[in-house]
Design a protein around this ligand. Structure first.
Ligand code: FAD
Length: 555
């Protein structure tokens, strides 16, 4: 050491010691992370909806699940997302293995969902309200990780389709509904091919009859969670497009000729493995009749469409929870954001949209009680799938902005919510296809439109705006019957949107506090607001709306 250096060092250190600790790193005006909160207890709208729609007996179970999901799973979701699955096609000796490796966080969340009964509850405990309680379970787990709901949802949805083949159902159903993750099985679906997803009649996969079943040859362009134990797939049999159950392992334990080509590099739901697969003479068994594949698999699709609605409502709820929480803690210009008039307008508008989405999603779940209200279920599924899923992305984008720059940073939950949000609108029928399905449902049987309008009419007399919107909707639907097909298709989104808003209006007027109902009617039904969120008119009690939706942490 040169002479004098030691002395100067000591002098500098003495100065540093006199400085206040971490002078450049004081953290103020940042909210605590929204963790350790009760996802059910703090979600007034979900609790009220479940109780009203027949799920009162499940409130305790849901409360326990809400407290569980609000803890560790909220941390596991992002961990799974940051550690996406990896495909191993071959072992080190060159044998095909077709295995997907998942991060333990994903596996924990999947097991949690199986144990809670998300794939199985209504099939194991077929009592009124079972689809509602199960819908609420799905909504909560989705808020921790939305991708994990995909295999859980597909398994739930596969049951009614597999029941078209009683022998297969007898051997598969006990495992599919088993809540023990070590014994249970999962079922996926594979319809989409390279040349056509919406138009599955364009499928080129072929099924050749054999003495034992069928041999399938072809490919599928999207097959989510290829680690499932079985898949419902479409292929052309001699009698036409048919539905098959294709297991990954054959009854003798050998691997089926089911090959995973690659995993998709996706915008969102990155923890969920979505793959491209090929069948090279894969063994499969017919479900339903040959040539009736589409109507058989539609039983499954209908149930997964319900889950798209529940999943979108869940994403909206999580976004609103984060936005209202942030605004309650963050101050700017001398006041908390939640107290600033314009921010309360934005937050209340988001809360209203989220509330309407939850109300419709849980009401729709009740319509899935077997045989309860088939006409309403048919049309309301399409209407809600179109409208609720369509609203998710703009809502999440606006909620993200409530967090300012923090909302744009990957450490916050908002970017993941944002990336995940468009999926439900694409999967199981993209927006246009679903809007056209709304028209198809209405045209096929006049009783279907009546079922929808009867539900809306339960709010008749409560508010003149609903009465006149209902009359206008009836006229619009009647008019479609007289129009040429091209004309009808052209306006399909307008019709689907109007019906979605009308259905939600009827629900909020009957079940939400007056402030929420008034905000909804004034802006969604009467178009008294602007195009962006945060344009509620004067006179709305925004504070009470936000207070209803803001979660409080328990620790
Ligand atoms: C993450 C993810 C996971 C998926 N998992 C699975 C899975 O497990 N199994 C599976 O089978 N599929 C799966 N899919 C595929 C998905 O269901 C399809 O992508 C979807 O059905 C659309 O089909 P497509 O991609 O072929 O688009 P296309 O059918 O080509 O449609 C493209 C666009 O055209 C529109 N369009 C289509 N027909 C019409 C029309 N007549 N009039 C006006 N517009 C029309 C559609 O609305 C869409 O906007 C998954 C997709 C994603 C993104």
């Amino acid at each position: 050491m040169r002479p004098g250096v030691g002395g100067r060092y000591a002098a500098v250190m003495a100065t540093v010691d006199r400085l206040p600790a971490h002078r450049t790193h004081e953290v103020t005006n940042q909210p605590p992370p929204l963790q350790g909160y009760d996802l059910f207890g703090e979600d007034t709208v979900l609790r009220e909806s479940v109780a009203r729609e027949g799920g009162e007996w499940g409130l305790e179970r849901l409360g326990a699940f809400g407290r569980t999901v609000g803890g560790e799973p909220l941390r596991l979701g992002p961990l799974a997302d940051r550690n996406p699955p990896v495909l191993r096609t071959h072992d080190r000796f060159g044998h095909r293995v077709d295995e997907v490796e998942f991060h333990p966080a994903w596996t924990s969340l999947l097991r949690l969902g199986i144990e809670a009964g998300i794939p199985s509850l209504p099939w194991r405990e077929p009592r009124p309200g079972a689809h509602v309680v199960r819908g609420a379970l799905l909504m909560m787990l989705s808020q921790a990780e939305s991708g994990v709901s995909c295999p859980l949802s597909m398994t739930y949805a596969a049951i009614p389709a597999i029941r078209h083949a009683p022998e297969l159902a007898a051997s598969w159903e006990p495992r599919l509904v088993d809540p023990d993750p070590d014994r249970s099985a999962l079922c996926g679906m594979a319809m989409t091919e390279k040349q056509g997803g919406s138009d599955v009649r364009a499928n080129t996969s072929r099924a050749e009859r054999t003495a034992d079943g069928y041999l399938l040859t072809g490919h599928k362009w999207f097959c989510s969670h290829p680690a499932c134990d079985a898949f419902l797939v479409l292929a052309h049999a001699p009698g036409g497009l048919s539905c098959f159950l294709l297991p990954r392992l054959l009854p003798d334990g050998e691997r089926n000729n089911f090959f995973i080509q690659r995993l998709k590099d996706k915008l969102g739901t990155r923890a969920l493995a979505s793959s491209e697969v090929e069948f090279d003479g894969a063994m499969a068994w017919l479900v339903g009749d040959e040539g009736r594949g589409l109507s058989t698999i539609l039983e499954m699709v209908n149930h997964t469409r319900l889950d798209c609605v529940l999943g979108s409502a869940a994403g909206m709820r999580r976004a609103v929870a984060e936005a209202t929480h942030h605004a309650a803690y963050r101050s700017a210009f001398g006041a908390r954001l939640i107290e600033q008039p314009l921010m309360t307008n934005v937050l209340a508008d988001l809360c209203v949209e989220s509330e309407a989405a939850t109300l419709l999603a849980i009401r729709l779940a009740r319509a899935f009680e077997p045989g309860a209200e088939p006409a309403f279920q048919r049309v309301a599924t399409a209407v809600a799938k179109y409208w609720v899923c369509k609203r998710a992305t703009p809502l999440v984008a606006e909620a993200l902005e409530c967090l300012g720059g923090n909302g744009f940073v990957e450490e916050s939950p908002m970017p993941r919510l944002y990336r995940d949000s468009p999926l439900n609108s694409i999967w199981e029928g993209s927006g246009n296809v679903i809007a056209l399905d709304v028209l198809r449902a209405l045209a096929r049987d006049p009783g279907t439109a009546d079922a929808l309008f009867d539900e809306v009419a339960l709010a008749s007399g409560a508010d003149e705006r609903i009465d006149s919107a209902l009359a206008a909707a009836k006229e619009t639907v009647a008019r479609q019957a007289t129009r040429p097909p091209g004309d009808v298709e052209y306006v399909a989104r307008r019709v689907a949107e109007k019906l979605g808003v009308l259905l939600q209006a009827s629900l909020v007027v009957r079940h939400s506090p007056p402030a929420v109902a008034e905000a909804f009617l004034a802006t969604r039904l009467s178009r008294g607001g602007g195009l962006a969120f945060g344009t509620l008119p004067r006179g709305i009690d925004c504070d009470s709306i936000v207070d209803r939706h803001r979660p409080r942490m328990v620790k």
